[in-house]
Write a protein that binds this ligand. Structure first.
Ligand code: GLV
Ligand code: MN
Ligand code: MN
Length: 397
């Protein structure tokens, strides 16, 4: 709740978008809490924060636990934040109980998980895992044309450490489900076995700016109409790829966006996802082909750029089993689940054994300021996280 005071939204949630002043303030608060718990900070060149609790073996690689503190423009209080602060709580509990581990524990706040301001999502963990270059990440622009590199500098969080230089023994991420399954099934814990894959496509449609009153219908080259028809096609294609697949349009920019001008340019994004690789790639191909056909039929130019992508993910079976065993041992009801959302764990899984723990959220609602969880749900997931992490880090008597 203290973190949620920083970057308040307009309806009880948060607007603490990546590399805003509020992001900087949230980072400083998290840093102070971590330092009070005895953790030492390192920051990499993407601005990711690594807060270390030492282990007893100087050669043992750390166990990482984290998520993200950045939010959507109308984000909830728990998406990402729960996982970061559960990592801190885990360390505080270890301190209280006098637990020492062979492996260090590193609580991590990944930069730009959301991808709301700078696409793609999970940008810093993507550079960490070698998916993107640092130059690519620094050059990503927000809707106002500001770059990631300049904004990171502006808020004062460019670290010294080369991105991806550190190696991980394991990575754990605790997150709200962001979907309705656990609550509907009355389960306290989601044991996350897989994550669904994703494509983010950015379309640019080029029509002809013209007067909406005096231009006869047959003379119009209407980029807005093309956008509307493509949006309908996205829905139809997703429905034809059930069960499990999803696709939708979340962002549209009309230019000049004036009520009595037919738009000359429309830029809009499609987010399509599936746990099935075949469906994921087929939907992308179908959407691109249909968009080209619709645009051509209206005389509108159409180009597309893929601005985000990852394939479906299978998390590390040993760590998944450890999470399941912890839930079982502690007596929490649990079920295996596929993550519908993207998470930094999806990228760390490329370079280190990774997995996730999930707790329910009310009505499955997320990316909404009304996002809600109960204290009991939050605590059960943190408890499972604690046991799985400490076991992986190996207690030293
Ligand atoms: C991250 O929030 C995502 O879009 O899944
Ligand atoms: Mn998240
Ligand atoms: Mn999110």
């Amino acid at each position: 709740m203290d973190m949620a005071k920083i970057g308040p939204g307009i309806a009880g949630g948060n607007n603490r978008q990546t590399l805003t002043d509020e992001d900087g303030e949230g980072r400083r608060l998290f840093q102070s809490w971590c330092e009070d718990a005895g953790l030492t900070m390192a920051v990499d060149k993407m601005g990711t924060m690594f807060m270390t609790r030492p282990g007893t073996d100087p050669d043992a690689l750390p166990v990482y636990v984290g998520s993200h503190l950045d939010t959507q423009p109308t984000g909830g209080k728990y998406d990402g934040v729960l996982g970061v602060l559960a990592g801190l709580e885990l360390v505080r509990s270890m301190n209280d109980l006098g637990i020492k581990t062979k492996h260090p524990i590193v609580v991590t706040n990944w930069a730009n998980e959301e991808g709301a301001r700078f696409a793609p999502a999970m940008l810093a963990s993507g550079v960490f895992a070698g998916i993107h270059t640092l130059d690519y990440a620094y050059g990503r622009k927000d809707m106002d044309g500001k770059t990631y590199g300049d904004e990171l500098q502006r808020i004062g969080w460019v670290g010294e450490e080369p991105v991806g230089a550190r190696k991980m023994h394991a990575y754990f991420e605790y997150h709200i489900e962001q979907g309705p399954i656990l609550e509907a099934e009355n389960k306290q814990i989601g044991v996350v076995t897989h994550g669904q894959g994703l494509w983010w496509l950015e379309f640019t449609l080029t029509g002809k700016e013209a007067h909406t009153g005096s231009t006869p219908m047959p003379m119009r080259v209407n980029a807005g109409l093309a956008m509307a028809r493509i949006m309908e096609a996205v829905q139809t294609i997703a429905m034809a790829n059930q069960p499990g697949s999803v696709a939708g349009v979340g962002q549209v920019k009309f230019s000049p966006n004036s009520r009595n001008v037919l738009p000359g340019t429309v830029v809009f994004t499609v987010d399509l996802r599936s746990p099935d690789q075949g469906k994921l790639d087929r939907m992308r191909a179908e959407i691109e082909a249909k968009a080209a056909e619709i645009a051509a039929s209206l005389g509108v130019g159409c180009s597309v750029e893929a601005v985000g992508h990852f394939d479906p993910v299978a998390f590390d079976p040993t760590l998944v089993a450890r999470v399941r065993a912890a839930a079982e041992k502690l007596g929490y009801s649990h079920m295996d689940i596929i993550s519908g959302a993207g998470h930094d764990a999806c990228w760390t899984n490329k370079v280190a054994p990774s997995t996730m723990v999930m707790c329910p959220c009310v009505g499955g609602l997320s990316h909404n300021e009304a996002e809600e969880i109960s204290k009991e749900w939050a605590a059960a997931g943190a408890d499972v996280l604690f046991h799985a992490v400490v076991e992986t880090a190996e207690i030293v008597q």
